[in-house]
Write a protein that binds this ligand. Structure first.
Ligand code: GAR
Length: 192
């Protein structure tokens, strides 16, 4: 079979998307290998998930860097040192500098909890409820220098129900994400 693309997953928190990617990539038929997990937060639960799966983890604590550019340069060094060719942001709650995004253009994807281009940014579930939307969902997209605005790779919607709350929307969106992100990574890695 074709070469499997060495892929890094960047996280800041729970890592449920990371888990879904790890599970998908366990198959030798999957076109990407999760070769490295990087967390900018030393306490992210996703670190435990990666360690349990035997995947190398690097903690890159952003509070230890003087500037965004210095952090991103360290990030780039680690990715290059590990031979990474594709980067998946999975709940990585930091804005990346234009220089980094340019360097990784075409090799940097993100998952966002809304039906982009609607509801870029934070607190998407609360904003969707507040606006009385009929649908919500998740999007996997290429990362560009404009936040949550790159070309869409995959998107899946669901209908809201009257009883939905921020918590149910978070759970329902998460369920979509755990299906959507592995499928999107498969598509992207197979095309590299
Ligand atoms: C996910 O819902 C992801 O879409 C979102 O954070 C959550 C991370 O969950 N990402 C963003 O909001 C990016 N701006 P996880 O750590 O359990 O995968």
């Amino acid at each position: 079979m074709a070469r499997r693309i060495p892929t890094a997953v960047l996280i800041s928190g729970q890592g449920s998307n990371l888990q879904a990617l790890i599970e998908a990539a366990r198959s030798s038929e999957f076109p990407a290998v999760i070769a490295l997990v990087i967390s900018n937060r030393p306490d992210a639960y996703g670190i435990v998930r990666a360690t349990d799966a035997g995947i190398p983890v690097q903690v890159l604590d952003h509070t230890q860097y003087a500037s965004r550019e210095a952090f991103d340069a360290a990030l780039d060094d680690i990715l290059v040192a590990h031979g990474i060719e594709l980067v998946c942001l999975a709940g990585f709650m930091r804005i990346l500098s234009d220089g980094f995004v340019g360097e990784w253009s075409g090799r940097l994807v993100n998952i966002h909890p809304s039906l982009l281009p609607a509801y870029k940014g934070l607190n998407t579930h609360a904003r969707v409820l507040e606006a009385g939307e009929k649908q919500h969902g998740a999007t996997v997209h290429w990362v560009t220098s404009e936040l949550d605005s790159g070309a869409i790779i995959a998107q899946e919607a669901f209908d809201l129900v009257a009883t939905d709350t921020v918590e149910t929307l978070q759970a329902r969106t998460g369920e979509v994400e755990r299906r959507l992100y592995p499928a999107a990574l498969q598509k992207v890695a197979a095309a590299l």
